[in-house]
Design a protein around this ligand. Structure first.
Ligand SMILES: C[S@@+](CC[C@H](N)C(=O)[O-])C[C@H]1O[C@@H](n2cnc3c(N)ncnc32)[C@H](O)[C@@H]1O
Length: 283
């Protein structure tokens, strides 16, 4: 099966954790997603596709922006995340475009040709085993004038949200094995030239990869200890802390609390800068 590893990954503990912490993740990611969505010219009859839609909020936001005469499809491989997406969609008002969620792999799903006028993704396109096959497949579903817009991470090292907790945890934990570049995962698209090459090999034109900075605000209203508990559950150090021995669990948390405290405010929570690529293209 194509993307079998990612399908297992997003249907296992990771998908369940994203569902459990949906409100926290959504609050952090929504402003950036909305900013990227602003690049798309949506009209009342737009048919939109949200790739790797996860728990569905970006699809629902597209639906609200478009209104009842358009249509939105969210596609994702994670059954638990889609279950939440469907239940959130049921609470939407009639003023939104109808939304359908598909549990399918966007790399190979047999989309109807000419069925979308815009394709959007918030961090949902960096996990394909074969990105050119995936973007070629997605492009085949787009109408002749259709636009693509997505955001993805710049390198981990440029993102304090990743590095501040990790540097602290690594004072006590072994450095994880280096992940080879371009492997499916959050940083697969860290190189702008690589993104451009994938999209142009997939047939896209007018490709623009723009660096954007956007603060990541994590855990408003939580104590710094509660925030660190979330960071070790769903954040950038989750895996290394999960694999650490019991004896280091508390000491690592203490190191991370000390490291993130300068970026913490009791009202707004943790605010760390984020560096992303905003990618736009025409079919
Ligand atoms: C980092 S999450 C982002 C989720 C959502 N877009 C958000 O911003 O909250 C990445 C999502 O991509 C989905 N995904 C990964 N590979 C996929 C594929 N081949 N087809 C469709 N969705 C995929 C995952 O299941 C996951 O929901």
């Amino acid at each position: 099966m194509k993307n079998a590893e990612q399908i297992a990954f997003w249907n296992g503990d990771v998908g369940a954790t994203w569902v459990a912490h949906n409100a926290l993740m959504e609050a952090m990611l929504a402003p950036l997603g909305e900013r990227v969505m602003d690049t798309l010219a949506l009209s009342a009859d737009t048919r939109a596709l949200d790739v790797g839609c996860g728990c569905g909020q970006p699809s629902l936001s597209l639906a609200r922006r478009i209104g009842p005469d358009g249509a939105v499809t969210g596609i994702d491989i994670s059954a638990p995340m889609l279950a939440l997406a469907r239940s959130l969609a049921n609470q939407e008002s009639v003023d939104s475009a109808p939304v359908q969620f598909l549990e399918a792999d966007a790399q190979i799903y047999a989309f109807e040709p000419d069925s979308f006028d815009v394709v959007f993704s918030r961090f949902g396109v960096m996990f394909f085993e074969d990105p050119v096959a995936a973007f070629t497949n997605i492009r085949g579903a787009m109408s002749s004038q259709a636009k693509l817009a997505f955001c993805c991470w710049q390198p981990r090292a440029r993102n304090p949200f990743m590095t501040v907790p990790a540097v602290a945890a690594l004072e006590l934990l072994p450095t994880p094995a280096e992940v080879p570049p371009r492997l499916p995962g959050p940083f697969a698209f860290e190189e702008p030239d690589y993104i451009e090459a994938i999209l142009s090999s997939s047939g896209f034109s007018n490709i623009a990869v723009e660096a954007i900075s956007h603060p990541l605000v994590f855990g408003p209203g939580l104590s710094v200890e509660e925030i660190v508990e979330r960071l070790v559950t769903i954040g950038p150090i989750a895996q290394m802390v999960r694999e650490a021995p019991d004896s280091l669990q508390q000491p690592v948390r203490e190191k991370v609390v000390a490291a993130v405290s300068p970026f913490y405010d009791p009202v707004t929570g943790l605010t760390l800068d984020g560096e992303f690529w905003q990618v736009t293209a025409s079919r």
